[in-house]
Design a protein around this ligand. Structure first.
Ligand SMILES: C[S@@+](CC[C@H](N)C(=O)[O-])C[C@H]1O[C@@H](n2cnc3c(N)ncnc32)[C@H](O)[C@@H]1O
Length: 416
């Protein structure tokens, strides 16, 4: 039988993670729940579920309180509400632990009675919960997405964000993993689980990479023997793909910490690349490359299903700074390509200003630059993902398979 304290431990860890995101403005993945192993995973899952459903939890709780309680008490109530309404947890344990957590801090102890009363009042709130509008993205993101993709598609994207992402692996050529589904795009898909326990982890036969994120490197086709620059490379998912496909790769990134992770990833997978830690806007290569892959920094809004913290952390003003950096990086990257060579530009964003618009603008700025139309069928993707200039992936794709991240990517060929 499981220890009844287990629930309390994971719930306390989830509260730490929620505070880390909601009050410290930091990313969920960087947060320390203070736990390890299965308890840490449970705390992360609880915090992520709260962040996905927080709008509805707040709407339900608002009806039941005259005033906002202390921030921590509010989080305790949000967690309990989501456990009751979304995760169908046993009410007795949820209410008991919520009250215990409220009592455990002098700052909130006085609100234990309120927490008990509010949560007991949720016993008959199921119909009210079901009648609430489904979780929606924040207005700064909803508005441009509705304009770009239409309201129906936006709602399908929002629904896809509620489905926890499966585990996707990119295998080295010829590698299979028992029990994994081979996706039409070549990735392997498994239910979520402990990565390091899977066969092939120690021997570096594969690496974790969303199916959508694995497409940009594949746009370059056969890269064996080519000199390829992976610009904005860390933690190295695309570097590993290019190196495994036989390219002579230079991997560059600004972040020392992320470059350390890239080096560890190359070591585990026994792959090699020349590593450069530098700002791409200042750095100049000794000789131009046959191809450059630019996975530019962006809002990462295509990864919300795996990062439910993002809508709580980003805001409209981030978009402007990022699009400015993206266009500078594109122009810089084009200068690193041999005449007649290729630049793959991609971002894991849902916003056309970080994808389609960047490519149209680059074509306008650089006479002689052409966009090569992609062939979705050859990549194992639905035909509607392709356009004259690039490939657009949105998270509502592949509903029967468990969806994929949002991405935009294009192949630009320089004048010969
Ligand atoms: C989307 S992530 C790259 C993910 C990586 N390509 C992969 O597949 O694993 C964007 C990266 O851009 C890097 N970056 C941001 N600004 C940069 C700059 N001016 N020069 C070089 N790298 C930069 C960030 O450190 C971050 O690692």
């Amino acid at each position: 039988m499981s220890d009844p304290r287990d629930g309390l431990t994971a719930r306390r860890g989830a509260l730490r993670l929620m505070a880390h995101v909601l009050r410290d403005g930091r990313m969920l993945d960087d947060g320390a729940s203070g736990l390890e192993g299965a308890e840490a995973a449970r705390a992360l899952r609880l915090a992520g579920t709260v962040l996905r459903h927080m709008g509805r939890a707040d709407a339900l709780l608002k009806q039941r309180m005259a005033r906002q309680p202390a921030a921590r008490t509010r989080d305790i109530l949000r967690l309990a509400t989501v456990e009751l309404m979304v995760l169908d947890a046993a009410p007795h344990g949820v209410v008991h632990d919520a009250v215990a957590l409220t009592r455990s801090s002098p700052k909130t102890a006085k609100q234990a009675g309120l927490v008990n009363a509010v949560l007991r009042g949720l016993a008959d709130a199921r119909a009210e919960w079901d009648a609430l509008p489904p979780p929606a993205l924040p207005p700064w993101l909803r508005k441009p997405l509705a304009k770009a993709w239409g309201r129906d598609r936006l709602e399908a994207i929002e629904a896809a964000h509620l489905v926890p992402a499966p585990l996707d692996l990119t295998p080295k050529p010829g590698v299979t993993v028992p029990g994994a589904e081979l996706l039409p795009t070549g990735s392997l898909r498994l239910p979520r689980g402990q990565v390091s326990a899977l066969p092939g982890y120690e021997t570096g036969d594969w690496w974790v990479q969303d199916a959508a994120a694995a497409i940009p490197a594949r746009l370059l086709g056969d890269v064996a023997g080519l000199r390829v620059l992976d610009l904005c490379a860390a933690p190295g998912g695309k570097t590993m793909q290019l190196a495994a496909a036989g390219a002579r790769v230079t991997a560059l990134d600004l972040s020392e910490a992320r470059m350390r992770r890239l080096a560890e990833n190359l070591e585990r997978t026994r792959l090699t690349a020349d590593l450069v830690t530098a700002d791409a806007l200042d750095w100049t290569p000794e000789a131009p490359f046959d191809a450059v892959l630019l996975d530019a920094p962006c809002t990462a809004t295509g990864t919300i299903r795996r990062h439910p913290d993002l809508p709580h952390l980003r805001e409209a003003r981030d978009v402007e700074a990022l699009t400015e950096l993206q266009y500078k990086l594109i122009d810089r990257a084009l200068g690193f390509v041999v005449p007649g060579g290729r630049l793959v530009f991609c971002t894991c964003s849902l916003l056309p200003v970080e994808g389609e618009h960047q490519v149209t603008a680059a074509l306008g700025r650089h006479p002689g630059l052409v966009a090569e139309p992609p062939d979705p069928a050859a990549l194992g993707l639905p035909p509607e993902t392709g356009s004259a200039h690039g490939l657009r992936l949105l998270p509502d794709l592949w509903p029967e398979r468990g969806h994929m991240d949002g991405f935009y990517m294009a192949v630009l060929r320089t004048r010969a």
